[in-house]
Write a protein that binds this ligand. Structure first.
Ligand SMILES: NC(=O)c1ccc[n+]([C@@H]2O[C@H](COP(=O)([O-])OP(=O)(O)OC[C@H]3O[C@@H](n4cnc5c(N)ncnc54)[C@H](O)[C@@H]3O)[C@@H](O)[C@H]2O)c1
Length: 253
């Protein structure tokens, strides 16, 4: 399958990894429907990307708004699901021995995991209506986990659990959707230079970049976009989570 002439739904496409992906898809001759919760960032993204981009305000945890985003992207061929949030950096037991907060744990899981399932189901049901192309695919979906799915650090229970679950559902989704000729793959990014990471102190960001074996830098959002496009286009890549991390392995803290 080729991006040229096709429409992709890019959740979280108003910022960071999603915005870079929308840009690359448009650069390859595709169209991008950006589904994001932020109207302000969405308007900026569309102004930046031009007429091949469209913004739909949508919350990935909300069925009606994702249905509307899928409608706006019809005929939908590709999905790159980037919308997500960071964790709460809360230990299971706080320094004073108090237990972690269940409500914040549940909220991270709601956005990162339930939101992923919602996008996956609603988008797949629409892609399943497409004709198959020459390579036998009706469409393809890319999800976003994190290296925290594998090397979760102290205080990352909610985030790691939500992202490990996205990795876990990748093979199941590929198997479930095989009879509909829809492929599903996941990218597990390392430390990427996006606004999500921009919230960290400069010395922490520099330390993270120095910890990457090679190349010794934070990941560029376009590194993610290039892999997302390769996953969408390569007909034999299915059910796979790929770490995109310069060989970093996160330590306990
Ligand atoms: N930046 C990193 O280092 C890194 C590393 C590993 C994984 N990730 C994952 O990559 C994905 C993208 O992260 P990013 O770094 O580009 O972050 P970002 O903050 O730059 O972009 C995330 C976008 O998602 C949107 N969003 C958040 N909640 C939403 C919701 N409920 N519905 C719709 N949109 C919502 C935000 O408005 C924002 O535009 C996330 O899932 C994140 O967990 C990022």
């Amino acid at each position: 399958m080729h991006i040229d002439g096709s429409t992709a739904l890019v959740t979280g496409g108003a910022s960071g990894l999603g915005l870079a992906t929308a840009r690359r898809i448009i650069g390859l001759g595709g169209r991008a429907v950006i589904a994001d919760i932020s109207e302000e960032l969405g308007a900026k993204a569309v102004a930046d990307l031009g007429e091949a981009a469209r913004f739909v305000r949508a919350d990935v945890t909300d069925e009606a708004s994702i249905e509307a985003a899928v409608d706006a992207a019809s005929p939908l061929r590709f999905v790159v699901h980037c919308a997500g949030r960071g964790g709460d950096r809360a230990r299971i037991l706080g320094k004073d021995g108090s237990p972690g907060d269940l409500a914040t744990f549940a909220e991270v899981v709601r956005v990162n995991l339930i939101g992923t399932y919602n996008v996956l189901c609603l988008a797949a049901s629409r892609i399943a209506e497409n004709d198959t192309l020459d390579d036998g695919d009706r469409g393809a979906i890319v999800l976003t986990a994190s290296v925290a799915a594998f090397d979760g650090q102290i205080g990352q229970t909610s985030y790691s659990a939500s992202k490990a679950a996205v990795h876990g559902m990748t093979l199941v989704a590929a198997r479930d959707l095989a009879s509909r000729q829809i492929r599903v793959n996941t990218i597990a990014p390392g430390v990427m230079d996006t606004p999500m990471l921009g919230r960290l102190r400069t010395d922490i960001r520099e330390g993270l970049a120095a910890a990457v074996p090679h190349p010794k830098r934070l990941g560029d959002p376009d590194d993610y976009a290039r892999l997302a496009v390769a996953m969408l286009e390569n007909p034999y890549l299915n059910g796979q989570t790929v770490r995109l991390d310069g060989a970093i392995r996160m330590g306990p803290r």
